[in-house]
Design a protein around this ligand. Structure first.
Ligand code: NOJ
Length: 510
């Protein structure tokens, strides 16, 4: 892996419609993001993942793209996007856009053309059967809506027809192979979209449902091959472009497909969920960072460590505090529990992502679905900058309502409190940026973890980090050598080869 800015990067995910509206009402805009770049930088984040900003009917909050090359008018214009890239670069920051390669909106011009009965350039851009009476067994498809004599495959919601990258093993005459002209044309069209934005100044892409391209590809090897080729072609022209995949399988995404990073996501029952979102365990949430769960970190480490080891020479396995699809990290966790969990995420050998608002402890709200959000809507509410935003949101003047609680946190309030979650994250990121040992590439080793103990100790370069998320003191015979605490939440010390941590503590020793 060649040295890149990623190794020191800390990302901030921005959901544009909810971030900042300079007018004080309506949806957020790109100018709003420009206005708040200094805030993001000051927190310690130097890179941004921006959810889709393209023209869209917004039936899936913009993941239903109507025009890949046009900024949605509600966010501003293409010129605003260019200005955003320039302003970010002036501050030494990078911006990844969200690329949606697996499907478009049903209102995309390609789909309108593809739906026509007459054969045209776009007839093979989507996956169609050859008769209105023939479906696609075992897969979601739509019939009866177009003049074309066929049904078409969906990639996600009803509004999102699947683009055609071919099938691994075409059996029906209407199924294309990966090498077919139509599959190649789809790849070229998506590369063209990437070139368009990279030429304008973006730094790369978070790739939506990166695993979903080739149909019938149960092992993902064929989809990986497609990405390898596409990313290779793009990097030949833009060697600095970065790609992060929504795949949750770094062995394929990073090692095979050539992504720079892959996300460890909240897929039911996996090791990431177990840190803060262990909703599926019988008998209630037994997340590692819940003080009363009393469990060890083993379930997380068992998945994270091998994945980290496997990809560390090729790229990164990235951890998120949450995203626009998850419940917020505040859901079910106290302020102190969140401090420990986020400190952990920010000190692992990954490129971390902070979801906007998580740094001030914004709450997950129980809301009705809006723009295809469903249960995700409650994590997409307006960034709580100050009381004026809270009031506007509560009066229904923003994209979604704001937290009605009297103690709803705001940037204005949290930045003034010396030991707020915000201040804790900011000071830890300052340390991360000043200590090479906390860069994503610095060595990582688990020094202590047991099935029967919540205590976890790990090494990052010349730093030793100890975590005790539980309600009780933790004591262990772990000799950390001649070290002293340099940063902590709570108290911990080493004495004669014994590590002593008070309840709910996170201590970095040097
Ligand atoms: C994953 C995105 O994160 C999600 O928000 C979206 O609804 C689906 N992909 C479909 O694009």
């Amino acid at each position: 892996m060649s040295e890149s800015w990623l190794k020191n990067a800390v990302f901030y995910e921005i959901y544009p419609q909810s971030f900042y509206s300079p007018e004080g009402e309506g949806v957020g805009t790109l100018q709003g993001i420009i206005d708040k770049l200094d805030y993001v930088k000051d927190l310690g984040c130097d890179a941004i993942w921006l959810n889709p900003i393209y023209d869209s009917p917004f039936k899936d909050a913009g993941y239903d793209v109507r025009d890949y090359k046009k900024v949605a008018s509600r966010y501003g214009s293409n010129d605003d996007a260019k200005k955003l890239f320039e302003e970010a670069h002036k501050r030494g920051m990078h911006i990844l856009l969200d690329l949606v390669p697996g499907h478009t909106s049903e209102e995309h011009e390609w789909f309108k053309q593809s739906s026509k009965p007459e054969t045209n350039e776009y007839s093979g851009r989507y996956i169609w059967t050859d008769s209105w009476f023939k479906g696609i067994p075992g897969r979601p498809y739509i019939g009866g809506e177009t003049e074309r004599n066929g049904t078409y495959l969906l990639n996600f919601f009803k509004c999102q027809p699947a683009l055609n990258y071919g099938w691994t093993d075409p059996k029906e005459s209407w199924q294309s192979s990966m090498d077919s002209e139509e599959a190649k044309a789809t790849r070229e069209a998506i590369k063209d979209v990437c070139f368009f934005w990279l030429e304008m100044g973006c730094d790369g892409f978070r790739v939506d449902m990166a695993d979903s391209l080739v149909k019938g590809d149960d092992t993902w090897h064929q989809t990986a091959a497609i990405w390898k080729e596409m990313i290779g072609d793009i990097k030949a022209k833009f060697p600095e472009a970065k790609f992060v995949s929504e795949w949750c399988c770094p062995y394929i995404a990073v090692n095979e497909a050539g992504f720079d990073m892959d996300f460890f996501l909240d897929h039911g029952g996996n090791g990431y969920n177990f840190l803060v979102r262990d909703y599926e365990t019988e008998g209630g949430d037994r997340s590692y960072f819940r003080a009363d769960s009393g469990v060890s970190c083993e379930k997380f480490l068992k998945e994270f460590v091998p994945a980290y080891e496997a990809v560390k020479d090729d790229g990164y396995f990235s951890l998120i505090t949450g995203n626009h699809d998850t419940t917020r990290i505040s859901y079910g966790l106290s302020d102190r529990e969140r401090k420990l969990a986020i400190s952990f995420i920010l000190t692992l050998p990954t490129v971390p992502f902070i979801y906007y608002g998580d740094e001030i402890g914004m709450k997950y709200l129980e809301l009705n679905s809006f723009e295809g959000g469903y249960t995700r809507t409650g994590s997409r509410t307006p960034m709580q900058w100050d009381d004026a935003v809270l009031t506007a949101g509560r009066e229904g003047k923003l994209y979604l309502p704001c937290d009605p609680a009297a103690d709803a946190p705001t940037v204005e309030s949290e930045t003034k409190i010396p030991d707020s979650l915000y201040s804790t994250i900011k000071s830890l990121l300052k340390l991360r940026h000043s200590e090479d040992s906390l860069s994503a590439d610095a060595p990582f080793e688990v020094l202590y973890s047991r099935e029967d103990s919540p205590l976890l100790v790990y090494r990052r370069g010349d730093l030793k980090i100890a975590v005790n998320p539980s309600n009780s003191d933790a004591l262990a015979d772990v000799d950390l050598g001649n070290v002293r605490p340099v940063w902590s939440v709570g108290e911990g010390k080493t004495e004669n080869g014994t590590l002593k941590l008070r309840p709910q503590t996170f201590v970095i020793f040097k």
